[in-house]
Design a protein around this ligand. Structure first.
Ligand code: CTP
Length: 409
């Protein structure tokens, strides 16, 4: 599987760096081409000479490569490496390097490359148990996951410090399997396709301080955008009001209200091969928005009447205008699920509808997993087991890719 693949290994300064020469050797034995970049502190644990001998390539040690390199290339090496690599593996990744990556630093060869490459990046953290469990580290890890980095959780066991717990670099065979899986997933079956994804809730202003909203977190739509970008699609993500990191290689546009989302979708839809409407668009918005804060005295007999108007149905409109592109909708139902979802599929002229029920176990707002049923235009109904939102995204995209590749044949 790894034969002729170009693997870029970023080594950072943790004790587990002593295992990386074996990893390089194993990748090479699997037929891969390997290049190594190191941080300065990594050199305290493993020598560049060992890594360059085993990889058969010069090791990059700093942002400004050594005088021995081709001087003309010295300023653009990170771009050259970026286009060369099929995958980048950062192992071991220290708490420090993850903190930097989570904030976009480019202060050494490894962090600079991580920003410059477009290929998938696998991060294999290894550190002491307390550093791993620290809330700052955990927050950075979640951010990196949202951005589309693939994190291999450290294994439990005895650590170099003598303590035991999670923090060990996984067995090299597990790292190789994970890299294999990622490389094999990069089937690039959406390469060159343009995909529009919407995600998250809209907020409909009542007055300058209040709004009508819903409990959507946007995680499902962001997972779809992330997975589509990893398959090589050019992804535009129109996001409602979410607190999520933008996935790598995704063009994000933020909107607030349903009418803004409508305008943004109409603006970007024309060039798209597929549109996936995962957003929780408000069905109703206040008929008028008060320019001043509504005071309590406005109420009559203890009631405030707030007239609402229907918003425009974006998906319905896309269905009417459909012209060879693939259209996917979501259907959030708490009862008569299948009947309602099938009705949406038919009435909105969709190719797929993804049905979910937020009251089911393993599904729901803000959760990292989902339980969905995918219904296709041809009547096929598939209920998927509980899985991560990223895996649900993959299943949806598998079907979108088949339809797109059929359309364009
Ligand atoms: N949607 C949309 N525009 C709206 C409301 C919803 O494009 N104004 C999209 C959502 O992004 C989702 C799908 O429509 O993909 C289903 O949303 P839902 O609110 O469940 O469906 P409705 O058709 O509004 O029907 P109902 O209120 O009967 O559930």
């Amino acid at each position: 599987m790894l034969k002729d693949k170009n693997i870029l290994i970023g080594v950072t300064g943790g004790i587990a760096a002593y295992k990386i020469p074996s990893l390089v050797r194993d990748f090479k034995q699997g037929g891969a081409n390997v290049r190594v970049v190191m941080t300065e502190s990594a050199r305290e644990f493993v020598t560049p000479l060992t890594l360059s001998t085993l990889s058969g390539n010069e090791v990059i040690l700093g942002t400004f490569p050594q005088a021995s390199s081709n001087v003309m290339k010295a300023g653009t090496w990170h771009i050259d490496f970026g286009t060369w690599a099929d995958i980048m593996v950062i192992a071991p990744a220290t708490a420090n390097v993850m903190a930097k990556l989570a904030h976009g630093y480019a202060d050494n060869a490894v962090t600079t490359l991580a920003l410059a490459v477009r290929c998938p990046i696998v991060i294999s953290p290894a550190m002491d148990v307390d550093m791993w469990q620290h809330s700052a580290t955990q927050e950075n890890v979640s951010k990196l996951r949202e951005m589309g980095y693939i994190i291999l959780p450290p294994e439990e066991g005895e650590l170099a410090s003598g303590l035991s717990g999670p923090g060990r670099l996984p067995e090299l065979s597990s790292i190789i399997t994970a890299v294999n899986n990622v490389v094999s997933k990069v089937h690039k079956n959406l390469q060159g396709k343009r995909i529009l994804v919407t995600a998250g809730p809209t907020h409909e202003a009542i007055d300058p301080v209040r709004y009508l909203g819903n409990r959507s977190s946007g995680k499902m739509g962001f997972a779809i955008a992330n997975a589509a970008a990893q398959r090589g699609a050019s992804v535009t993500l129109i996001a409602g009001n979410v607190r999520l990191q933008t996935p790598r290689n995704v063009h994000r546009i933020d909107v607030e209200r349903a009418d803004e989302m409508y305008d943004a979708v109409m603006k970007y839809r024309k060039k798209m091969d597929a549109v996936i409407m995962a957003a929780a668009v408000a069905d109703f918005a206040p008929a008028t928005t008060s320019s001043k804060k509504i005071k309590k005295e406005t109420s009559r007999d203890g009631h405030l009447i707030l007239p609402l108007k229907k918003t425009k149905d974006i998906l319905g409109r896309l269905g009417e205008m459909k012209n060879g592109n693939v259209l996917v909708g979501f259907s959030l139902e708490t009862h008569n699920e299948l009947t309602n979802a099938k009705k949406k599929l038919r009435e909105k002229n969709l190719d797929l509808v993804v049905l979910n029920n937020p009251t089911e176990e393993g599904a729901g707002f803000g959760a990292d997993t989902n339980v969905v049923t995918i219904i296709s235009k041809n009547g096929k109904i598939e209920r998927l087991k509980t899985m991560s939102k990223f895996d649900v995204a993959e299943r949806i995209l598998d079907r979108v890719a088949i339809m797109l590749n059929r359309h364009h044949r």
